[in-house]
Design a protein around this ligand. Structure first.
Ligand code: NAD
Ligand code: FES
Length: 288
């Protein structure tokens, strides 16, 4: 069992958990992920590692409450326990001195991009950070990102903070201004990563994306996480999760990402019904 040692609500439905998992923390590196189960009948969900503390033996994950399992997870509090916490999984980010790099985090993607930016800076790179959110209230870790970057640019879709626009608007400006960029790393929602790659292709700027495809085992056995990269089938859990974004078939990824949407919606509806039913009468928990 794995104890939640810290819980912070970063924005409505956006949570940060620090989980006590010393063996995972000892080996964790930027770019890797974990798979957890909330309880013994729960589904396995992957979350990218947002930070780790080897001394305290903790892993930090940031997650959005979107479906049944993430809502169950978000209902836990400090001192509660997770059933399983497996990791670190996947290949670590490739870190070397590229000279000047750009790290782009969109929305929740700021969390997994942070340790990569930090590692790239520690390797001697000049790290230009770009982060964006739909609105000011959804923006988090600005100071943490600033500490991991040589310079940081911030944007909001609605202009409620700093400036109005997508991260790609800032990215175009930065690439135009700073000519010799060696690498771009982009993490966020699929349409954002696709838009970043379409842009950087024009500048022949190598771009790494982190693919959060549907996963089950996370160890290369079920085939659930397969993605098409450069015309070849790759498993995001063991070959990735990071890939050359210019080689990724984003259209196929987007199709696969919604395969289970109707079932996910059913599970969420049942969960919400059960929660609402539970507290309005003394029926014993809402099982119908
Ligand atoms: P969001 O929709 O709020 O978008 C975040 C930012 O991305 C926006 O503010 C904008 O700047 C940019 N963006 C979005 N769509 C864009 C487009 N079409 N073109 C250019 N820029 C665009 O994001 P969110 O709700 O925080 O993100 C949730 C998604 O991120 C989930 O789908 C989750 O699966 C994914 N995610 C991925 C990882 C990963 O490791 N790959 C990690 C965390 C979250
Ligand atoms: Fe099963 Fe990747 S999650 S092969």
């Amino acid at each position: 069992m794995y104890r939640v040692v810290k819980k912070a609500v970063l924005a409505p439905t956006l949570n940060l958990f620090e989980i006590e998992a010393p063996l995972v923390a000892r080996k964790a590196m930027a770019g890797q992920f974990i798979i957890l189960r909330v309880d013994e009948v729960g589904e396995r969900i992957p979350l990218t590692i947002a930070d780790y503390d080897r001394g305290r033996g903790t892993i930090t994950c940031v997650f959005q409450e979107v479906g049944k399992t993430t809502k169950e997870l978000g209902a836990l509090n400090e001192g509660d326990y997770l059933q399983d916490f497996v990791g670190p999984l996947g290949m670590p980010s490739h870190i070397e001195n590229f000279g000047r790099v750009i790290c782009v985090g969109g929305g929740v993607g700021v969390a997994p991009v942070f340790p990569i930016a930090r590692a790239l800076k520690e390797a001697g790179n000049e790290v230009i950070g770009i982060m964006g959110a739909r609105t000011k209230d959804l923006l988090f870790w600005e100071e943490k990102m600033r500490s991991a970057c040589s310079e940081l640019h911030v944007t909001t879709d609605d202009g409620s903070y700093v400036r109005k626009g997508f991260v790609t608007d800032l990215l175009r400006e930065v690439i135009e201004e700073k000519k010799d960029v060696g690498l771009c790393v982009a993490i966020g929602p699929l349409p954002m990563m696709r838009a970043v790659c379409n842009l950087t292709k024009d500048y022949d700027l190598k771009t790494i994306v982190s693919l959060n495809s549907i996963m089950v085992d996370g160890t290369g056995m079920c085939g659930c996480c397969r993605v098409n990269v450069g015309g070849e089938m790759r498993f995001a859990c063991v070959d990735g999760p990071e890939f050359d974004g210019h080689q990724v078939d984003f259209a196929e990824m987007a199709r696969r990402a919604v395969i289970y949407k109707p079932l996910e919606q059913q599970a969420l509806n049942r969960f919400v019904e059960k929660q609402e039913h539970r507290c309005t009468c003394d029926c014993g928990g809402g099982e119908k």
